[in-house]
Design a protein around this ligand. Structure first.
Ligand code: NDP
Length: 340
């Protein structure tokens, strides 16, 4: 952790909305490792609220959102299923709380835009939990591109197919109202990573989906997309819940060089990046800071009035808009324009 990362950072008192896997296994340790305090946890079930609070050593477990928002907290972390993000965020913003919201921001674009605009109007920080832009591997690729080391980027390829662990084989495979499907779950992360690394926005998307071995009906558990960016760069993404033995990677190919990132679409600070040019191959040096902790430090600085969160609400709108366009393209077979 650098001095800049911790300078002027506000230690946040958090209220957690959603008794979820991501909160328990990833975010609670990150909140505590970055000087945060967790005041409360909201669940729709009194038993889950109490059990979660006890297991994670949180003073208050409640089923009442007003009780959580009326407590001594600075910010909420929303990790409920995707259809609940908008009403919960709007209530938090009305109560004057900063918001860190899980991706996808919502299941519909209008609701997502409403909450991002409401936070801006209220002067509150709104961040999207796109952790991958905090990956040292992704930052090394962005830096190499910004400093012109691969010339003009022409193509990108993201491999982000994995196997959905059995304990998560629930709403993601069965419930369209909650935003089921691999596109809103994983393609949204690819889009955010590419926007961050390339520094440009998607323009259109063409997607083919698959309902392979885990989902059923109209819900896709695999997808391949072609995404056209503003500069004309074309990116290919492969996302799946169904592949047990695939590895992850992110490649950018430019006029003067290629960046090959391996094992870098993960929650852990792992992965390698090789830069290949006319001079040969160079393995880039990578910072191994915990992705979620780096993001929370940026959030703490933003709350203190310094800088922006690592992924803003607008960043979340771009990934959602592209994800929704990919879903539409998968259904229609047509290329769909992306804009926010
Ligand atoms: P979970 O599947 O763990 O939980 C979702 C909801 O299911 C909870 O809000 C909870 O309701 C309910 N629930 C949890 N456990 C049980 C249970 N045992 N019995 C009945 N209901 C239960 O959510 P995830 O952690 O997988 O995902 C939550 C959000 O976080 C999503 O928006 C997802 O896209 C995002 N996510 C982001 C990641 C990232 O790295 N940025 C990684 C993983 C997820 P209640 O809260 O009412 O108790």
């Amino acid at each position: 952790m650098t001095k800049t990362e911790t300078a002027n950072m506000r230690n946040i008192r958090w209220g957690l909305i959603g008794a979820t896997f991501i909160a328990r296994d990833w975010m609670i340790p990150a909140f505590r490792n970055t000087g945060g305090t967790i005041a409360s946890i909201l669940s729709s079930s009194p038993e889950r609220a109490a059990d979660f609070a006890k297991a994670s050593d949180i003073p208050l477990g409640t089923t009442n959102l007003d009780t959580l928002l009326g407590g001594d907290i600075d910010a909420v972390y929303i990790s409920t299923t995707n259809e609940l993000h908008v009403p919960q965020a709007l209530a938090a913003i009305k109560a004057g709380k900063h918001v860190l919201c899980e991706k996808p921001l919502a299941v519909d674009f209008a609701g997502a835009r409403e909450m991002v605009e409401a936070a801006a109007t209220a002067g509150l920080v709104f961040a999207t939990n796109h952790h991958l832009r905090n990956s040292g591997a992704h930052r090394a690729m962005r830096e190499a591109i910004t400093s012109g080391r691969i010339g003009r980027p022409l193509f990108a390829k993201v491999a982000h197919a994995r196997y959905l662990p059995e304990f998560l084989q629930g709403w993601r495979l069965t419930n369209p109202e909650k935003g089921a499907g691999v596109i809103l779950d994983i393609t949204t992360h690819d889009v955010d990573s590419l926007r961050h690394i390339l520094g440009e926005n998607p323009k259109s998307v063409l997607c083919m989906t698959q309902t392979g071995t885990l989902a059923s009906g109209a819900i896709e558990d695999g997808a391949m997309s072609l995404i056209e960016f503003d500069s004309g760069l074309v990116a290919q993404t492969h996302d799946a819940f169904t592949t047990k033995f695939a590895s992850t990677s992110l490649e950018i190919h430019g006029t003067e060089g290629s960046l090959i990132g391996t094992d870098c679409m993960t929650q852990d600070p792992i992965g390698e990046v090789v830069l290949r040019t006319a001079e040969g191959e160079e393995t880039l040096s990578i910072d191994r800071t915990n992705l979620y902790e780096r993001s929370l430090r940026a959030f703490g600085r933003a709350v203190a009035g310094i800088g922006e969160p690592s992924a803003s609400g607008v960043d979340g709108l771009w990934s959602l808009a592209t994800g929704l366009a990919a879903v539409e393209s998968g259904r229609s077979g047509q290329r769909v324009a992306v804009y926010i």
